[in-house]
Design a binder for this molecule. Structure first.
Ligand SMILES: O=C(O)CCC(=O)C(=O)O
Ligand SMILES: [Fe+2]
Length: 228
């Protein structure tokens, strides 16, 4: 049985002044793996901008890659698109709690209609595979993930961590920060997660993967496939 956590049941673990806006609170949902809800991380204007600037450019993600199936629609922002002042302000807020360097991959925006989902997977690169270790060399390990909910979802569409029985309900403007690696840097199998099928309504999210390493400035190959 999954446990549904909400803000009232959880503990406030950090309360930092963002350089630009109101305080950003991280509410711990799980200690192992480290999962935090960040209420009201995005303003309505930021949610609207991310949806409106992406909605005509989405491509279907009906593909299976490395065993992961995503049936929604997605877009990887081009690096220039990340330069928009609204997106830059979102990054500025992220920088108050993660080390957001140029090595991070470009932001993704994903839309799920009813019945659409992302199957269970890890966001980390598997260091035991040739492909994974190559990507770690190129981009650095994906130590953590920031997933932002751009709208409410009428029913379904939770982000679930099945190994630890945590389900996060999409709430417009909230973000979830979770660590794909343990504090010692090893990959964390407990970070297995999935986007549950949307039952009613539409789910829009934006995702920023936080890679560990500084990217060489001439590497433009940051755009990947739709799969995580
Ligand atoms: O849709 C979700 O809630 C999860 C998506 C996800 O984990 C991913 O895109 O890597
Ligand atoms: Fe993921």
């Amino acid at each position: 049985m999954m446990m549904m956590l909400n803000n009232e049941e959880s503990e406030i673990v950090k309360d930092e002044k963002s350089p630009c806006e109101k305080p950003i609170k991280l509410i711990e949902l799980s200690e192992k793996p480290r999962v935090y809800r960040i209420p009201n991380f995005l303003s309505d204007e930021e949610c609207t901008h991310l949806i409106e600037s992406s909605k005509n450019k989405l491509r279907p993600c009906n593909e299976i890659s490395s065993g992961v199936h995503r049936s929604g629609w997605g877009l990887f922002m081009k690096e220039g698109e990340e330069d928009h002042p609204i997106t830059q302000n979102v990054f500025k807020k992220m920088k108050s709690f993660v080390n957001l360097t140029d090595s991070c991959e470009v932001m993704q925006v994903i839309r799920y209609n009813p019945g659409e989902e992302t199957s269970s997977h890890f966001d980390y690169f598997n260091p035991l595979t040739t492909n994974g270790s190559m990507k770690i060399g190129l981009y650095g390990q994906r130590v953590c993930t920031i997933l932002m909910y751009l709208c409410d979802v009428e029913e379904g569409g939770e982000t679930s961590f099945p190994e630890v029985g945590v389900k996060v309900k999409p709430i417009k403007g909230d973000a979830v920060l979770f660590y794909n690696c343990k504090p010692n840097g090893d990959v964390d199998p407990l970070s297995l997660h999935q986007g549950d099928p949307v039952i009613k309504g539409t789910k829009w999210i934006a995702i920023k993967l936080i890679n560990q390493k500084q990217q060489p400035s001439n590497n433009n190959n940051k755009e990947g496939s739709c799969a995580p």
